[in-house]
Design a protein around this ligand. Structure first.
Ligand code: AMP
Length: 125
């Protein structure tokens, strides 16, 4: 189900639990600012989620409240993961869903990183 409305951060969301180590994940990257792990229901041969360690619901929430160091750390992490997975040359797609219209399911900011095949048009028509 998509998140209902933007409100307070819900500390029990599944990515918060992954960050706390309460739920396993197949991690491909972690540092001070971010972690990245394989999506449990991949939509492409490579489907990795990159999330900041901080408690932010959406890109707007993150960009308004996070420190410059957190923002730089997260953005650099996304780029590192794409490079480390060998996606720079063949290409890849980044996607961040926010709120109801985008059907965001997990209310912790995450960037989907898709690759491993030609990805087709940007949005379903
Ligand atoms: P979104 O609709 O952008 O909120 O996407 C949430 C994504 O999280 C979906 O692609 C799910 O497959 C993925 N997901 C949900 N639970 C887990 C989990 N435990 N481990 C990895 N990915 C998950």
């Amino acid at each position: 189900m998509p998140v209902e409305a933007l409100g307070d951060y819900d500390d029990s969301n599944i990515f918060a639990r992954i960050l706390r180590g309460e739920i396993p994940s197949k991690r491909v990257f972690e540092n001070e600012w971010a972690i990245a792990f394989h999506d449990i229901n991949p939509q492409a041969p490579v489907h990795v989620l990159v999330i900041p360690r901080g408690a932010y619901r959406s890109w707007a929430d993150f960009s308004a409240k996070a420190s410059d160091a957190e923002i730089a750390g997260f953005v650099r992490a996304v780029g590192s993961v794409a490079r480390d997975l060998g996606l720079e040359d063949p290409g890849y797609r980044l996607l961040a869903n926010a709120g109801i219209n985008a059907h965001q399911e997990v209310p912790h900011l995450h960037v989907h990183l898709f690759g491993g095949k030609p990805l087709g048009p940007m949005l379903a028509r």
